[in-house]
Design a protein around this ligand. Structure first.
Ligand code: NAD
Ligand code: TYD
Length: 347
C-alpha cells in the first residue's frame, strides 16, 4: 500500500528493477502521490498494477486482498505531513489508524485461509516513523525499547497504528514486522517537506520559511537506503519485532538549509551566498518536537545493514535531481497530476 508515494515509489522501483516480483499497489493517489514515475520504467509493464482504493474502505480493502492473493504486504499508505495533521487531524485518524486496522483485518482473514506452506512465508511489513518516540533533549537516541511518547496528531496516529499491528501479532499470530525510520530525503518527495521545499524555494528565489529559531534537529536518511533496509528486514528480520532505521546523520534545520542553498547556488553557477537572504524565520510549528535521533545498532548488528551514502553526496544528488526535474516539481506542486488521476484512474 502507498506505492505511489515518496518512499513507496522508491521501494516499488527497487523491487521492479532488482527482482521479478509482481506488484499490486493499493493507493488512492492523494496529492502526495506520483504514479507516472513508476509507469515510465520498462519493468513496470505487466508487473505493476494499481488498485485505486482508499484504505479507509474496509470492504474494498478486503476484496482487493482476496483478489490479489499477496505473498507479502508492505504497508506504507498514510497521511504523512505534521503540519497537515495539525490542521486536519481527522484525516490522519481515519487513514493511519482505521486504514491500518482495515489492512490488518483483511490480511488476517486472508492469512488464516492460506496453506501452512504459504503461511510460513507470508509477512505484513508495517512502515512507521521515529516520531512515535516523541522529542529528545540534546542527548540520547531512540532505540527499539524507547517508550512511545507521540506529540502531534501525525505521530500519535502512527503510534496507534504500530500498537495495532503489534497487537495483531500477539493476539492473532499474524506474522508482522515493524520498522521505525528517521526523516527521509531524496528524489520524488512532495515539496511540502523541508528539503524539497527549500530546494524549490531556492530555485525560484522565494523565501524559505524556517520554524522558530531553526534549532530543531532531525536525523536524515537517503530514501534508497530506507528502501534497502526494508528489503533486508523483510527477508531476514525476526517476526513480531521492531527495527529502527536511521543514518547517524543529525542536522539542525538552519545548518541543513545553509547546505541546501549553497548546493543550489553552486549547481546553478550563482555567486556564493546569493540565496542566504531567502532564509526567513517564521512562527514555530505548534508542539514542535525538538530533536529526533535514531540508534540503528540492532539493525546493523543483527542484519548487517548500514547507510550507504554520505550526506554531502546524498544532498548533492538530491538537489541535482530536483534541478533536472523542475517540470515534475511544478506539476506536483500545482496539482496537475491530481486532475490527471481524476480522469485516468477511476476506482
Ligand atoms: P507520502 O505522503 O509521500 O505517500 C503516502 C502514500 O499513501 C501516497 O501515495 C498516498 O496516495 C497514499 N495514501 C494516503 N492516504 C491513503 C488512503 N486513505 N488510502 C490509500 N492510499 C493512501 O509518504 P511517504 O513519505 O512515502 O511515507 C510512507 C510511509 O513511511 C508512511 O507510513 C510514513 O509514516 C512512513 N515514514 C515516512 C518518513 C519520511 O520521512 N517521509 C520517515 C519514516 C517513516
Ligand atoms: P518536515 O520535513 O515537515 O518533517 P518532520 O516534521 O516530519 O520532521 O520538517 C522537518 C523539520 O523542518 C522540522 O523540524 C520542521 C522544520 N520545517 C521548517 O522549519 N520549515 C518548513 O517550512 C517545514 C515544512 C519544516
Amino acid at each position: 500500500t502507498g506505492g505511489s508515494g515518496f518512499i513507496g515509489g522508491h521501494l516499488v522501483r527497487r523491487l521492479l528493477k532488482e527482482t521479478n516480483c509482481i506488484i499490486f499497489n493499493i493507493d488512492n493517489l492523494t496529492y502526495a502521490s506520483d504514479i507516472e514515475s513508476i509507469l515510465n520504467i520498462e519493468q513496470s509493464k505487466n508487473r505493476f498494477f494499481l488498485y485505486r482504493i482508499d484504505i479507509k474502505d474496509s470492504h474494498l480493502v478486503s476484496q482487493a486482498v482476496k483478489e490479489i492473493k499477496p505473498d507479502i504486504i508492505f504497508h506504507l499508505a498514510a497521511e504523512t505531513h505534521v503540519d497537515r495533521s495539525l490542521d486536519n487531524p481527522l484525516r490522519f485518524i481515519e487513514t493511519n489508524i482505521i486504514g491500518t486496522f482495515n489492512i490488518l483485518q483483511a490480511s488476517l482473514n486472508y492469512y488464516q485461509k492460506l496453506s501452512l506452506l504459504k503461511q510460513k512465508s507470508f509477512r505484513l511489513h508495517h512502515i512507521s516513523t521515529d516520531e512515535v518516540f516523541g522529542s529528545l533533549g540534546s542527548t540520547g537516541k531512540f532505540d527499539e525499547e524507547t517508550k512511545y511518547d507521540p506529540r502531534s496528531p501525525y505521530s500519535a496516529s502512527k503510534a496507534s497504528s504500530d500498537h495495532l499491528v503489534r497487537a495483531w501479532f500477539h493476539s492473532y499470530k499474524l506474522p508482522i514486522l515493524i520498522t521505525n525510520c528517521s526523516n527521509n530525503y531524496g528524489p520524488y518527495q512532495f515539496p511540502e517537506k523541508l528539503i524539497p521545499l527549500a530546494i524549490n524555494k531556492a530555485l525560484n528565489g522565494e523565501s524559505i520559511p524556517l520554524y522558530g529559531k531553526g534549532e530543531n534537529v532531525r536525523d536524515w536518511l537517503f530514501v534508497n537506503d530506507h528502501a534497502r533496509a526494508i528489503d533486508v528486514i523483510f527477508h531476514h528480520g525476526k517476526l513480531g519485532e521492531t527495527y529502527n532505521i536511521g543514518g547517524f546523520n543529525e542536522w539542525k534545520n538552519i545548518d541543513l538549509i545553509k547546505v541546501i542553498i549553497k548546493t543550489v547556488d553552486r549547481l546553478l553557477g550563482r555567486e556564493e551566498g546569493a540565496s542566504d537572504k531567502l532564509i526567513t524565520y517564521v512562527t514555530d510549528r505548534a508542539g514542535h518536537d525538538l530533536r529526533y535521533a535514531i540508534d540503528p545498532t540492532k539493525l546493523k548488528d543483527e542484519l548487517g545493514w548500514e547507510p550507504s551514502l554520505q550526506f554531502e553526496e546524498g544532498i548533492k544528488k538530491t538537489v541535482k535531481w530536483y534541478l533536472e526535474n523542475q517540470e515534475w516539481l511544478d506539476n506536483v506542486a500545482s496539482g496537475v497530476y491530481q486532475e490527471y488521476y481524476q480522469n485516468m484512474y477511476k476506482n
